[in-house]
Design a protein around this ligand. Structure first.
Ligand code: ZN
Length: 248
C-alpha cells in the first residue's frame, strides 16, 4: 500500500453505504482518480466540506495494488466554489465539464496540460459567470485537442494546402478537415469565421478568449457549438451528457 499526495479538483461524488462516498476527481499527478472517502457523511468528519463538487483540494490517498478505487486519507481545501453553488447555470456548466473529463481523461495517468487547462476554465467561469458559454466552447476544443481528437485546422488532410482563402473547409466522417477541392464539398462545411474561432482558442487563455468572443455573431456561436457537439458525439459514439444550451 502506497501513500500519495496531489492537488485535485473534485468532479462528482456518489453516496456509498451509510456514511461513505465515492469521489471522482481530476488530479495533477495521477489524472482521473476514483476513491472512497470513509465516514465523510457523518456530521463530524475529517473531510469537512472539502468533498463538495468542484472544490480544489490537496489530497492525500492510499493506493493498493490492482485496486481501481483509492482510499482518501486527508484533504485540505485550496479553493472552494461554495459561493457559486446557488448559480444553477454555472453548476450545470461545471457538471458538463466534469462529465467530459470522466469520459475523456485517462485514469491514473497524469496530464499536466489537461489539468492546467481545466483549472483555468473553472477559474474563468468563477471570475466571470456570464462568460460560461464561451468558456465551455474553449474547454471542448482544448479537451479534444489534448486528447488527440481535434482535426488539424491548419492544412487540408489530403493536399496539405493551408486554409488561407475565404472558402469554407469541410469536416469529413473521419474527423479530418479538407479543402473545397479535395472534399468536393462533402461533409460539414466550416465557415471561415468558425475556423477563426478555433484558431483563436490556441492563442489565448479561456478568460481572455471569452472576453474577446463576447461580440461574435450568433450564427458563428451556433455553428461552433454544433461543430464541437458533432466531434464529441462522434468520438464518444453517443451524445454528450447534459450539455448546457444557451438562449440565442
Ligand atoms: Zn485539399
Amino acid at each position: 500500500m502506497s501513500l500519495f499526495e496531489t492537488e485535485a479538483l473534485i468532479l462528482r461524488t456518489y453516496n456509498l453505504a451509510e456514511a461513505d462516498k465515492i469521489v471522482v476527481c481530476l488530479s495533477r499527478s495521477a489524472g482521473l482518480i476514483r476513491g472512497v472517502a470513509k465516514n465523510c457523511r457523518k456530521l463530524k468528519n475529517r473531510f469537512g466540506a472539502s468533498l463538495e463538487p468542484f472544490t480544489l483540494i490537496n489530497l492525500t490517498y492510499f493506493e493498493k495494488e490492482n485496486k481501481e478505487l483509492v482510499s482518501f486519507s486527508q484533504t485540505e481545501i485550496l479553493r472552494s466554489r461554495f459561493n457559486l453553488s446557488s448559480d444553477a447555470a454555472v453548476m450545470a456548466g461545471f457538471s458538463y465539464m466534469g462529465d467530459l473529463l470522466m469520459d475523456f481523461a485517462a485514469p491514473h495517468h497524469a496530464n499536466d496540460n489537461l489539468y492546467r487547462m481545466t483549472l483555468a476554465c473553472f477559474e474563468a467561469v468563477s471570475q466571470a459567470p456570464a462568460d460560461l458559454e464561451w468558456v465551455l466552447r474553449y474547454f471542448e476544443v482544448w479537451l479534444l485537442k489534448l486528447e488527440g481528437f481535434l482535426p488539424d485546422f491548419r492544412a487540408c488532410a489530403d493536399c496539405q494546402s493551408g486554409f488561407e482563402r475565404e472558402e469554407p473547409s469541410y469536416l469529413g466522417a473521419d474527423l479530418s478537415l479538407r479543402c473545397l477541392k479535395c472534399s468536393q464539398a462533402r461533409g460539414r462545411a466550416i465557415a471561415k469565421s468558425v475556423h477563426q474561432q478555433l484558431r483563436t482558442t490556441e492563442k489565448l487563455s479561456p478568460s481572455k478568449y471569452a472576453e474577446e468572443a463576447r461580440e461574435v455573431p450568433v450564427a458563428t456561436r451556433k455553428e461552433l457549438a454544433q461543430l464541437t457537439y458533432q466531434i464529441i458525439s462522434r468520438v464518444l459514439e453517443r451524445m454528450p451528457r447534459a450539455r448546457p444550451t444557451f438562449a440565442q
